[in-house]
Ligand binder design. Structure first.
Ligand SMILES: NC(=O)c1ccc[n+]([C@@H]2O[C@H](COP(=O)([O-])OP(=O)(O)OC[C@H]3O[C@@H](n4cnc5c(N)ncnc54)[C@H](OP(=O)(O)O)[C@@H]3O)[C@@H](O)[C@H]2O)c1
Length: 197
């Protein structure tokens, strides 16, 4: 398969791209690097898809909802989370349909928390929106194209990078395997949970 991975330089995206590259041709995109896209800018999504051409699968592990308490969340933080992760991935699905081959797939990234904590409301909004969108939009995917979202809890390597206790985190290799299964398997319209929230 030819697979476009967006966010391919990140903690999750690089593991996903490396795992898929063992068996498939992988095109790696991010804001910085030779194949660039900004998920908050739909024109750059169009340009990326046009440059890459037909693919069998698109995987997005880019952007984030942030973890900022409401009283310090600036308009810029708020719209960056919404435009990059929520609306960006919705825009990606709308555009990718025309570039994904019959029986291909689109896999997005949402996420989850064990329970609400201060600073998590934007993440809850973004992730709930994505998961509801995937659930409903799956009914409209043409030509056997499958649509799913992977919902990771904390990743072990991310916790280590933040200087936090990694015990509750899932190794990124295990998270990446869920994306591989989404691409190579039969799931459709699903939120694929991985790891403890
Ligand atoms: N890591 C965790 O513990 C965890 C847990 C739950 C959910 N998640 C979710 O998983 C996703 C990936 O997380 P991660 O930890 O792998 O993030 P990360 O390490 O920060 O990597 C993010 C990747 O996306 C790219 N990117 C960021 N903003 C972008 C944009 N607007 N347009 C295009 N590319 C962009 C980055 O490269 P550039 O900066 O060059 O663009 C990088 O390749 C996020 O949605 C995050 O919320 C992560």
């Amino acid at each position: 398969m030819k697979i476009l991975v967006i966010g391919a330089t990140g903690t999750i995206g690089s593991a996903v791209a490396d795992s898929l590259a063992a068996r498939h041709e992988v095109v790696r995109a991010a804001r910085r690097g030779p194949v660039s896209v900004d998920m908050a800018d739909a024109e750059t999504i169009d340009a990326l898809l046009a440059a890459v051409g037909e693919v069998d699968a698109v995987v997005c592990c880019a952007a984030s909802g942030g973890l900022t308490p409401l009283n310090t969340l600036s308009d810029n933080d708020f719209w960056t989370g919404l435009d990059g992760k929520l609306i960006g991935q919705v825009n990606l699905v709308r555009r990718a349909i025309a570039h994904v081959r019959d029986s291909g797939s689109v896999t997005l990234t949402s996420g989850r928390f064990a329970e609400p904590v201060p600073g998590s409301s934007l993440g809850y909004l973004v992730d709930a929106g994505l998961e509801a969108f995937v659930h409903a939009a799956a009914t409209e995917m043409p030509r056997g194209i499958r649509l799913n979202t992977v919902s990771p809890g904390w990743v072990r390597e991310t916790l280590l990078g933040l200087g936090m206790d990694p015990a509750a985190g899932t190794p990124v290799a295990d998270v990446a395997q869920v994306y591989v299964d989404a691409v190579e398997g039969t799931a459709h319209g699903r939120t694929l949970d991985v790891g403890a929230a």
